[in-house]
Design a protein around this ligand. Sequence first.
Ligand code: ZN
Length: 131
Amino acid sequence: MKQRMQRFMAGRYGADQLGQLYLGVSMVLLVVSLFSRWNIFYAFALALMGYEYYRMLSRQVEKRYQENQKFLNWRYQMAVKRNRRKEEFKQRKIYRFYQCPSCRQKVRVPKGKGKICITCPKCKAEFIKKS
Ligand SMILES: [Zn+2]
């Protein structure tokens, strides 16, 4: 039985982090559907689960791998942004954070200096803000 399963899965993609997320979300939707009168949650949970099984059994390993990589990159970017926000929040009493109007670079300036002219360290554009 185990051998047959192994033979069946040979050359197929299998589980990954994106798949775990899909299965997790569909489990949540199933639980929600228990308490909801709308069948849409149930239908969506089944569809998502079906899609993930399709991914696991897929023979297009490279394509599935790329999907997962995209997801992992996105998750990493989210973590980076979250950490940056945390850092800004910690420093909010001493610094102010502005975004350069021309290149969107984040600029940190000391707080409480009145109106100041800020020079962007990246593109050298100048803009005036209250600090
Ligand atoms: Zn700039």
